[in-house]
Ligand binder design. Structure first.
Ligand SMILES: Nc1ncnc2c1ncn2[C@@H]1O[C@H](COP(=O)(O)OP(=O)(O)OP(=O)(O)O)[C@@H](O)[C@H]1O
Length: 304
């Protein structure tokens, strides 16, 4: 799936000002951005819900401008507003989707059961969805998206409002889909979610992609990494502080903080200097910047 030069304005206000995205088959791209950056608008353009003012889109080789039906058949969308009908049971919701996808009755029943099992909703399957917890509703929503075996899935903030355990279950399910070759575009405000799931991350701000790369690449662009050495006693700390001056020291924790990153060459040089100074360190910890630091550095805004 890819886009080139995607543009969209609403009433003269430019929301997307030339967006290029590429999501190779069987990978996850996380689209990150502060509130109002245009993430949902981008998803609406890709899912044929809105038409772009300019630019090109291909999804599974299809052009939504020329063949919206083919694109709709190939994709699944789970939005912030769930498609789950609370009056129906989980199984009935899934059967309804099977009908929409024109599956025969027996095939529809089988698919519904498979999905209930896979999402650990077997026991709740015959209870009304209105009795489900938030996490169960999200799982059912994603299960409904999968009825049609979509090759490309759009997940718009899939874990917003979920407790940590439900988030982890959702992450496992998403990883499983990718392992089966599904292509996923994920929008999220949770930077740790992008870090956990995404092969690549694109940061949207001011109508443009301001950074794009693997989580590791993005983190490497931000200064602020440091290495912390811990010592058994005051004498060792003093000796190391002299050898590495200037360095930040914490006399209570018996630690020394040095500028540095996680490259092997950096660590090797550091250990050699310790050896040369004849100082023994208890432990060494490398602190790399996280996506929060990246997000802040790029957009000037704090992540969620
Ligand atoms: N149909 C519309 N008509 C007018 N303005 C719109 C429309 N849809 C979106 N916008 C505006 O476009 C901007 C981007 O909105 P969008 O929902 O795409 O952002 P977002 O990044 O998904 O934000 P959030 O994280 O808050 O969901 C906002 O300023 C919004 O008010």
């Amino acid at each position: 799936m890819w886009t080139r030069g995607l543009r969209k304005s609403f009433g003269g206000v430019v929301v997307l000002n030339g967006i290029d995205l590429t999501v190779p088959r069987g990978t996850i791209l996380a689209l990150l951005g502060p509130n109002g950056a245009g993430k949902t608008t981008a998803v609406h353009l890709l899912t044929t819900y809105l038409r772009p003012d300019a630019g090109e889109i291909r999804i599974g080789g299809q052009d939504p401008a020329k063949n919206p039906q083919a694109v709709r058949r190939a994709i699944g969308v789970t939005g912030q507003f769930s498609a789950v009908d609370g009056y129906l049971t989980g199984r009935e919701n899934l059967m309804l989707m099977a009908d929409l996808h024109l599956l025969r009755k027996t095939a529809g029943c089988r698919r519904a059961q498979e999905l209930l099992d896979r999402f650990e909703l077997t026991e709740a399957g015959d209870k009304p969805a209105s009795t489900y917890s938030g996490g169960m509703k999200r799982k059912l929503d994603l299960a409904m998206t999968l009825v049609g075996n979509p090759k490309v899935i759009f997940l718009d903030e899939p874990t917003t409002g979920l407790d940590p355990r439900s988030r982890r279950t959702m992450w496992d399910i998403i990883r499983g889909l990718v392992a089966e070759g599904t292509t996923i575009l994920l929008t999220t405000q949770y930077l740790d979610e992008a870090d956990q799931l995404a092969h690549r991350v694109a940061v949207l701000d001011g109508g443009r992609i301001v950074a794009e790369g693997t989580p590791t690449e993005l983190k490497a662009r931000i200064p602020g990494g440091h290495i912390e050495l811990a010592f058994a006693g005051r004498a060792e700390l003093d000796a190391a502080a002299t050898a590495f001056a200037p360095a930040g020291r914490d006399d209570d924790a018996l630690t020394l903080q040095l500028a540095g990153d996680d490259r092997v060459a950096t660590l090797r040089a550091l250990l050699r200097r310790l050896d040369d100074a004849g100082v023994e360190a208890e432990s060494l910890t490398v602190h790399t910047p996280d996506l929060d630091d990246v997000f802040f550095a790029l957009t000037g805004k704090k992540g969620a």
